[in-house]
Structure formats: C-alpha cells, structure tokens
Design a protein around this ligand. Structure first.
Ligand code: RIB
Length: 302
C-alpha cells in the first residue's frame, strides 16, 4: 500500500462562535465555544486518513493534556504515530479561532509551541517515512528551513510533493523548484504573487507566475468561486460544491482540500477527478464545526 507523509503542526483549537467577528477593541458575547484538534498539518493528515489513505504524521507535540489529545486523535483515525516527537521542554501549540456563525468565516491566531521546534535532525531520523511515501504533503506552520530541507528529501526520493503555503509567509525562491502541487487560497496567492486575486483571470496570471517560479501545478482555492488550476499544458477553473446556507465553519477547509488532493493522487485518480474530489471534501468539511473533527469520511461523500 502506498502512503502519504505529512509534515506539519498539531495545535489545540479554542474556537469561539458569535454572529459576527469582533472589531479592534470590541468585546462580544459568543454563542458557543469548543476545544478540539487543529493545526494545518494535522488536519490535512486526518483528512487523508479518513479518506482511506495510509498516513504518517511527522510533527512535534508537548508532553501535556493537549499532546494527549493529539495522540488519541491519531489512534482513533488510524494514523501512524511513530513519527510524532513528544517534547518534554515545549508545550503543545494552541490556536484561538473566532468564527462568524452567519457565514462560517474566521480569524485565527496560532501559538505553535512544540510544533515549531521540530529540527532537521529529527526529520533525518524519520526520513525513511518520507522517502518510502508516494506523496509528501506540508505547509508553512513550522520552521521554513526544516520544511525546505524535508521537501528536498522528498523530491530526491521522487515523491510527489504538495506545499500548502499557509500561513502565507516569506519563502525563498528555492522552495518553488521542489513543489509538484502548490495550493494557496486567494489571500495566500495574493501574498506570493503581489497582486489581488479577484477574478479567474487574476488567478490565471498568478498561476502562470507560480509556474515560472518552478512549481509544476498551481491550484488556487477561491472559496465559493471554486478553484483555478494551471500547469504547462492547461489552465481551467472548477466550481465549488453548492452548499449555500449549509456552511457553519470554514476552519480547516483548505486543509481538507490539500489532504483530499494528497489522498486522491495517492489512489491514482486522474488530475480532474482528484481536483473534483478535493473540492467536494473541502465543501463538506465546512458543514460541521471544528477543524480535524469536521473532516469527512469516505462514507460521508455519497
Ligand atoms: O487551517 C486551519 C487551522 O489553522 C486551524 O485548525 C488552526 O489550528 C490553524 O493552524
């Protein structure tokens, strides 16, 4: 069985729900609160595993109650924990998330804690799990030098690499040469491209810009406008899932997309089918509260 190795972070999400997001200096009463598993890398690993792929999660957590939440999550979701480092020194990361219940949009602050402390040496000690995997999936929520180092290990071993460039932070041009699939949302694409992405035409220009930088396939996720795909042979848009009025929480929707894309490629679906599959999974994930907890299983897709 082929497999997916996901390098990234786990954090415990503290989610606050209210009928609007507070403005600077404003205090609002919320309508709900929950604590649950999050972190972009971990969410992506859960998404891929729930879709039937064999997943290794490479990341660092603390030796504390939130770290236990992570280990329980992986056990329940059949994710290999051989590659999870437990730190005695650093606490497990946490995130504060505010969700607007009227449209499911959010604002997030992440304190990465232990996840930011994973080292190249630790990656080296688990490199077999990267090189033996068919797909290597990662994001930008740990140190960028460790991410680039790991992408190089994966590329040298002929893995298919996916970088979800979230959160958008400065990366060197060297990164782009090691990316088979680049999956920014419109805000992240704007950050790297330097211009606003409002229309499909803007997404096409941004996609071509990423290809020139060395990315093999660019997929810009555009929320309710769907996605825009570009590679050297073709450019096209695909619509989002029609879930108007059913969106309750968009936290982790991008993670659902990248995790599902990895799973679809792992299962050798063709390109268009892989994209359609990832769009469906991402849309479904917004119909439930939470991040990892909202990732659909294969049976939920029918
Ligand atoms: O992409 C959503 C995730 O971003 C949340 O789960 C939060 O933890 C942040 O890392």
């Amino acid at each position: 069985m082929s497999s997916i190795c996901v390098l990234g972070n786990f954090v415990a999400d503290n989610s606050f729900y209210a009928n609007k997001l507070p403005m600077k200096g404003q205090t609002l009463f919320g309508t709900g609160h929950q604590v649950g598993p999050g972190g972009k890398g971990s969410n992506q690993a859960i998404a891929a595993s729930r879709l039937g792929s064999k997943v290794y999660f490479l990341g660092k957590i603390g030796d504390d109650a939130n770290g236990k939440m992570a280990l329980n999550l992986y056990k329940k979701n059949k994710i290999e924990t051989k590659t999870v480092v437990v730190s005695k020194k650093y606490p497990t990361g946490v995130a504060g998330i505010m969700i607007n219940t009227s449209d499911g949009t959010n604002a997030i602050i992440v304190y990465p804690g232990a996840s930011m402390e994973i080292t190249k040496e630790e990656v080296d000690s688990f490199s077999k799990y990267i090189t033996d995997s068919k797909i290597f999936l990662t994001q930008l929520e740990i140190k960028t030098d460790v991410t680039l180092y790991s992408l190089k290990i994966a590329k040298n071993a002929n893995c298919t690499t996916i970088l979800n460039p979230a959160p958008a932070i400065k990366i060197s041009d060297e990164f782009f040469k090691h990316i088979d699939f680049f999956t920014p949302n419109e805000t992240e694409a704007e950050f790297y491209f330097g211009k606003k992405i409002v229309s499909y035409d803007d997404a096409k220009l941004a996609g071509n810009f990423f290809l020139k930088k060395g990315v093999k396939n660019s997929i810009i996720t555009l929320g309710e406008k769907g996605i825009y795909f570009s590679n050297k042979n073709e450019n096209f848009s695909l619509p989002a899932l029609n879930i108007k009025g059913k969106v309750v929480d968009t936290t982790g929707a991008g993670d659902a997309f990248s995790g599902a894309l990895a799973s679809a490629l792992d299962k050798k679906l063709n390109l268009k089918d892989s994209l359609q599959f990832a769009i469906k999974v991402s849309g479904k994930s917004t119909m439930k509260k939470g991040a990892a907890d909202a990732m659909p299983f294969l049976k939920d897709l029918t």
